[in-house]
Structure formats: structure tokens, C-alpha cells
Design a binder for this molecule. Sequence first.
Ligand SMILES: [Zn+2]
Length: 152
Amino acid sequence: MEYIESTNKEDRCIFCIAQANQDSAENLIAHRGERAYVILNRYPYTSGHLMVVPFEHKAGLEELDPVTRAEMMELTTRCMTVLRKVYNPQAFNMGANIGEVAGAGVKGHVHLHIVPRWRGDTNFMSTLGTSRVLPELLEDTYQRIKNGFQKP
Ligand SMILES: [Zn+2]
């Protein structure tokens, strides 16, 4: 089974691939911290659906060191600050699906979702990870979010 041995599992992880590429509307990384980064969800629930991802490929929060976890929470908070400036949402959903049974799309690489919400959109938990028709192109969202992170 040589082909299995030669296939590095981490090479196929979308988060590991994204962070190995240059930041643009292609890889969708809007901001990089020291140990974690902010990326747009390619199949967003609402415009501005962001994810905070550690650089390390670990399946669970408990496998990360405390400094990385702390930075992830700081980045999550910054995501909300930027989203408030750019989209003026009425509310947020924030959370994680950890493990396949919980509905994780990428189960080997833990990530936090930050979803801006407006009255009248539908339930977050039941539709997270499904593609929806959006009022804005992903490239436009990317530029707006990226600019939001560059301004203090
Ligand atoms: Zn990974």
C-alpha cells in the first residue's frame, strides 16, 4: 500500500493548505497572528462568516498549548470588532463543531466559527456548513474583512 504511505494526511487538510499559500482572495486568509489565523468560510452561512484556526494541525483545543488557545480567543474577539465595523450585525454565533459526530467539516484541525447574524436569517446550527446564496461576492467580503483587520 505504497500510495497510502506516501500521502501525508496534513497535505490534504484545507486549513494546512491555506496557511501554506500566500494570503489572497484565493486562500481566504484575512489576518495572521503569531499562532493562529483568521480565514473566511468558503461556504458561508452569512456574509462575513469567519473562522479562527491555529497554525498547528490538532484535532482538539486540549491538544493546543494555552498561549495558542488564548490567542484564538483574542482573534475571535477581534473578528467580532471587525465584523461590527464592516457589517454592523445585530448579533453573533460563535462556536465549534469538534469531531465528526458533532458535524465538524474538517475534523482533524480544530477551528472556531464566528457568524454575524441579522434578524430574519435562519438557524445557525442546522445549516452551518451548507452553501447558501449570498448578497455579496466572496472576493468583496475578503477585501472588506482584510481591510478591517489592517485598520486599528
Ligand atoms: Zn491541518
